[in-house]
Structures are given as structure tokens and as C-alpha cells.
Design a protein around this ligand. Structure first.
Ligand code: SAH
Length: 339
């Protein structure tokens, strides 16, 4: 018997460790793989903050889970045009994806986690579709109270069951009496990483942009554990290690985890609203003028990244900003958690 979080961690370590899952031939596609505009605007967002912070020396570009390195390549090109030329630090555990990244970013330094990042100089951080891959625990309201969801093997099948000691004390007061069968998710790994990142940015200066699918007002009731294979949804308990397991990101909880370690938190806002504020429409038009034969593809990508029925609303953007650093672009309508 294994808690869901252990199952998810082991399955994803194998999954990401053994393949490049991105793109048409893989299992899913992400914003930077849809269009160069996404990475470019991430880079410009960081460059603008760094510029208005007074162009501090020794800046580091840091990316969590950089996939194929596409976002980093596009962001670095845009940053260099804006006069920012940071060194590059990639936090990646997958040997297969490290290799793909090294082909495109030969001068980068790789890290297993953020503890080995340089300890001086501002950190300019991007995490796109990283937190959703981190393991969640699921706690379920059974007839006798709240218990951990675990996986077990019966007759050769992997099945979810409830087991372990009662966990009623972990459930927020207002959710205690949710209907039997309700599930609450919590991601201790996400909280630990967001907290450590907040502490680093507060101490060294810098900013982080976290983009992912998720919800604003957690912890909340909901089973968001999902498996994706061949661009479709699958049973999360089938084929462990051969399909992508993810959960929706609880933005409020990771925001608080970072905030208590000293950073200002802005958002989350919709990815579409953030990209609109960053000028994606102008960028799309300029690209379409420069390459008229690609106009339909570019406008299609713009639509996919920003429209409410596509990635514009389900995907959220959240900013973590060092205390003395300026207000970030694109978060005008979201109150900052700053005190
Ligand atoms: N950001 C990329 C890829 C998203 S897929 C994009 O937008 O295209 C998730 C990425 O996170 C992969 O690179 C995967 O190998 C990495 N990853 C998953 N779990 C990780 C962990 N615990 N530590 C570091 N990287 C991890």
C-alpha cells in the first residue's frame, strides 16, 4: 500500500526520466511549444523588472522543469535584446530532458533542486507547467472520517483505497463537513519548493513567474489527479510510468508558502489577461507581417494561448517579487499580498 503522492512521484520520475513527452508525437503540448511568443514575453517580463530594479549585477535566469528548453531559448533571445544577459540555471531531474536541453542551451548549469543555485545575484525565475507535475496527497472523506487515499494491487490491478490513521486534524475547519466521498488535495513538495524559492528571492532579489493550470482559492474540494497519454485523458492508475500524472495547482497555498518567507505575491490572473497586458496582440501582428505565409498559424497560436475557451483562463499566472523590486506588468487588477 502506497500513498498517492509516492505513487505519483515514482510514476512521474520514470515517465519524465525516460522520454521527451512534448509535441505532436508525444503526450501533450505546452505554451512555449505552441508559439515562440510565450517564451519571448516571459523573457521581456523578467527583463522589464530587472531594468526597473536598477539593472542589478550578476543576474541568473532560472527555469524549473524546462522541458525541451524552448521557453528558455525564446526568453533569453528576448532578454538579450533588452540588454539583459544572465547566466542560465536549469532545475531538471530527467536525464532524457537534460540531454534535449543541453543541445539547445550548451552553456547552462543543471541542478536537481534549487538548493544548489548561486547564492548571490538576483534570481529571474520561470516555472511553466512545473508545479502540476509535483506529487499530491489526496485525503478523502470516508464514512468514518478523513483518510489518505492510497494505491494497492489486487488481482494484478492497481486500485485506490482508503487507509492509514484518521487525518481529520489536517482538514480546514470550513471543509470538515463536506459530503462523504469528497477529496482534498495537498502538495507538500509544491509548498516546500515555493517556500524555498520565496526565501531565496527575498534574500537575493529577483522575481518568479509561475504559470500553470489550477485554482485560486484552495485548499478546496476536488479530485484533479489526471493522466494524459497521446493527447487524451487516461485512467491515472493504468500504466504507471508510461503516462503523465498531474494535478491542478493550488495557487493560494503556494502563494502563502512563498509570502511567509518574504516575497510579495501578485495574482494569480488568467494566462490570457497576462499575455494581453504583455502585448501579445502586437507581437502576433509583427510576426505575421514578417512571415505572411505563417499568418494563420500565428493567429491560431495567439487564440489558443489567450482565449477563455482555450488556455486563457484555466491557466493562471502568479508572480513572486523581491521586497525592494518594482510592481510586475500584467497583474494590475490583482491585489498583492505584501503585508
Ligand atoms: N516547462 C516545460 C515542460 C513542462 S513538463 C514546458 O512548458 O514545455 C514538466 C517538466 O518538469 C519536465 O521538464 C520534467 O522533467 C520536469 N520535472 C518534473 N518533476 C520534476 C522535479 N521533481 N524536479 C525537477 N524537474 C521536474
Amino acid at each position: 500500500m502506497l500513498p498517492i503522492a509516492y505513487f505519483m512521484a515514482a510514476a512521474n520520475a520514470h515517465y519524465y526520466g525516460t522520454r521527451d513527452p512534448l509535441g505532436a508525437a508525444g503526450d501533450f503540448i505546452t505554451a512555449p511549444e505552441i508559439s515562440q511568443m510565450f517564451g519571448e514575453l516571459c523573457g521581456l517580463w523578467l527583463a522589464d523588472l530587472w531594468d526597473r530594479a536598477g539593472r542589478p549585477a550578476n543576474p541568473h535566469y532560472v527555469e524549473f522543469g524546462p522541458g525541451r528548453g524552448t521557453l528558455a531559448v525564446d526568453a533569453l533571445r528576448a532578454m538579450r535584446r533588452a540588454g539583459l544577459d544572465p547566466d542560465v540555471h536549469l532545475i531538471e531531474t530527467s536525464p532524457a530532458l537534460r540531454k534535449a536541453q543541453a543541445d539547445r542551451l550548451p552553456d547552462a548549469t543543471w541542478h536537481d533542486d534549487l538548493s544548489s543555485l548561486p547564492s548571490e545575484g538576483p534570481l529571474l525565475v520561470i516555472a511553466n507547467e512545473f508545479f502540476d507535475a509535483l506529487p499530491v496527497r489526496q485525503i478523502v472523506h470516508g464514512p468514518q472520517g478523513w483518510f489518505e487515499r492510497m494505491v494497492t494491487v489486487q488481482h494484478g490491478l492497481i486500485l485506490p483505497v482508503l487507509d492509514g490513521p484518521p487525518l481529520n486534524g489536517l482538514i480546514p475547519e470550513h471543509l470538515h463537513d463536506s459530503p462523504v466521498g469528497s477529496i482534498i488535495e495537498t502538495s507538500p513538495a509544491s509548498v516546500a519548493i515555493a517556500g524555498a524559492l520565496g526565501e531565496r528571492i527575498a534574500a537575493q532579489g529577483g522575481a518568479a513567474l509561475v504559470v500553470d493550470y489550477g485554482y485560486d482559492h484552495g485548499p478546496a474540494i476536488g479530485d484533479t489527479l489526471q493522466a494524459v497519454r497521446g493527447h487524451g485523458y487516461a485512467n491515472p492508475f493504468d500504466l504507471p510510468g508510461d503516462q503523465d500524472l498531474t494535478a491542478h495547482v493550488d495557487f493560494a497555498t503556494i502563494g502563502v508558502a512563498a509570502h511567509v518567507r518574504g516575497v510579495h505575491v501578485h495574482g494569480p490572473v488568467g494566462q490570457g489577461a497576462w499575455l494581453d497586458a504583455m502585448g501579445i496582440a502586437l507581437r502576433a501582428e509583427a510576426l505575421a507581417r514578417a512571415t505572411p505565409d505563417r499568418r494563420d498559424e500565428i493567429m491560431g497560436a495567439h487564440h489558443r494561448l489567450t482565449h477563455a475557451d482555450e488556455m486563457g483562463v484555466l491557466f493562471r499566472a502568479m508572480a513572486l517579487i523581491a521586497p525592494e523590486w518594482p510592481q510586475p506588468v500584467g497583474f494590475a487588477n490583482s491585489a498583492a499580498t505584501s503585508s
